[in-house]
Design a protein around this ligand. Structure first.
Ligand SMILES: *[C@@H]1O[C@H](CO)[C@@H](O)[C@H](O)[C@H]1NC(C)=O
Ligand SMILES: *[C@@H]1O[C@H](CO)[C@@H](O)[C@H](O)[C@H]1NC(C)=O
Ligand SMILES: *[C@@H]1O[C@H](CO)[C@@H](O)[C@H](O)[C@H]1NC(C)=O
Ligand SMILES: *[C@@H]1O[C@H](CO)[C@@H](O)[C@H](O)[C@H]1NC(C)=O
Length: 424
């Protein structure tokens, strides 16, 4: 993978001229996730400045990727011809898929959570807007393609950055962030009996985490990584708790082998008695110091293409990386025919504009050959989407979509449900 080098002074000047031209005219009413860096005015302006049709910047050849066109080839001092890097530079070539729009969820959701049990997709929590979070569950029925069955979550349950896993009846829930904006996390854990809709408490985590990788494996609920209490610092800790039929069999979490890299928003999947942790990031938005509403402010994030696996040895093995770095995929995967299929996400920010870049592809990891491939294009780029698979159809709902085909930065929080016939 070509990684962005540091921008040359020429590029920096170009951006600063544009920033100067824009002056103070820009309104600060920016969607939090696509913009605003408290640490620098430059980010919030530059990331919202580019008009969708002419999203191009002159860049040195060193950060060239495939989705580029030739600019004027002048001889520079460093001998590198100038090229143009489009805003869509991170898109991968992908086959078209035919998508069908289904009934939208009752509410739009960003950073929600979802668990599929048979023909039902349980969709939890999430931000409706940056200032409003949901505390209920909606259910999508894949048999008749309808939404329904709304019920409340416990008052103490977090509203985003949750970890979840199921045994086919019980859903085990590790808390994340409690409340809107960039509020603090809690350590509570719960279990939901999907047959009776009853919630029970379980032993709290040793310390709270944001969006840790969470999965049931060999009779234990495993919780790995995530962000620490400040929302930004990656945690390496790995704990587990013995559970059975919706009950904790132990009073305390056991310490397990640290994960090689910490951080939130990864896919965590168990197939064939092996545990996989895929993608994710280090760093995240943080509450602005002193803000009474814990206002989110952007901080540095690095997105990863890492794949780690645990098996009998209980030692982390490194597997082939994803086709590109991908984060915000904790509920954006399904297992189909011995493959893990991942839908959308976020990838590295644009090297020059620093805009957040969403992912518009469906990725497949074949577990027997350990090969990644790009199996199709989504109707738009989308992150924190919630995914299910039923009767040959791949479904996704919710999340935050891009600004348009030419602009992969995040914009609208959606409740839309889409499906495509998938054949691997
Ligand atoms: C560019 O495309 C070629 C062939 O399509 C591929 O082999 C190569 O890995 C791509 N490079 C990047 C940086 O995506
Ligand atoms: C470049 O990006 C466009 C827009 O997303 C996409 O349609 C096209 O397939 C991409 N081309 C390559 C070579 O990556
Ligand atoms: C899902 O839809 C099917 C077909 O209408 C229906 O028989 C079934 O009871 C529904 N399941 C739930 C839990 O509502
Ligand atoms: C999974 O494998 C079965 C048996 O080979 C096949 O019939 C089915 O179409 C496959 N499903 C997908 C989604 O590729």
């Amino acid at each position: 993978m070509v990684r962005a080098g540091t921008g040359k002074r020429r590029t920096t000047n170009f951006v600063w001229i544009c920033v100067g031209l824009l002056g103070a005219g820009l309104i600060a009413d920016l969607l939090w996730a696509s913009s605003s860096s408290s640490s620098s005015v430059y980010h919030s302006i530059a990331s919202n400045w580019l008009p969708s049709k002419s999203d191009t910047l002159i860049l040195p050849k060193t950060i060239l990727q495939n989705n580029t066109t030739k600019g004027p080839s002048k001889d520079k001092k460093d001998g590198l011809p100038e090229r143009v890097l489009t805003a869509t530079f991170a898109d991968l070539p992908a086959p078209e898929l035919k998508w069908e729009k289904m009934a939208s969820a009752p509410v739009p959701r960003l950073d929600g959570a979802a668990i599929q049990i048979n023909n039902l997709l349980y969709v939890f929590a999430g931000y409706g807007t940056i200032d409003y979070v949901h505390s209920h569950v909606d259910i999508y029925n894949f048999t008749d393609n309808t939404w329904g069955g709304r019920f409340d979550m416990p008052k103490e349950m977090a509203h985003s950055h949750l970890g979840m896993a199921t045994d086919g009846r019980y859903i085990y829930i590790v808390n994340g962030q409690y409340g809107p904006q960039c509020r603090g996390p809690t350590a509570h854990t719960f279990v939901l009996d999907t047959e009776t809709k009853q919630w029970q408490k379980m032993p709290p985590l040793p310390v709270p985490r944001y969006a840790p990788a969470t999965q049931l494996w060999r009779g234990r609920l495993h919780v790995m990584g995530g962000s620490k209490e400040n929302r930004h610092t990656p945690a390496l800790d790995h704990w587990s708790l013995a559970v059975k039929d919706g009950k904790a069999l132990e009073k305390e979490w056991k310490t397990e082998i640290d994960i090689p890299r910490g951080g939130p928003h990864r896919a965590c999947v168990v197939v064939d008695d092996r545990l996989y942790v895929i993608g994710g990031q280090e760093g995240d938005f943080m509450a602005k110091p002193g803000s009474p509403i814990f206002k989110c402010s952007r901080r540095n994030e690095v997105v990863y293409d890492d794949v780690y696996m645990l098996d009998d040895d209980m030692k982390w093995k490194v597997l082939p990386p994803m086709p590109k770095p991908d984060s915000h995929i904790e509920f954006a995967w399904v297992v189909i025919n011995n493959s893990i299929v991942i839908v959308g996400g976020t990838t590295d920010k644009h090297p020059v504009t620093k805009k957040m870049t969403l992912v518009g592809e469906v990725l497949q990891f074949q577990l027997d050959t350990r090969k990644w491939s790009v199996v199709g294009k989504l109707p738009f780029r989308v992150k924190t989407t919630l995914v299910g698979f039923w009767n040959g159809w791949l479904y996704f709902t919710s999340g935050q979509r891009d600004k348009g085909p030419d602009d992969p930065a995040p914009r609208k929080v959606i409740g839309e449900m889409w499906r495509t016939k998938l054949s691997l």
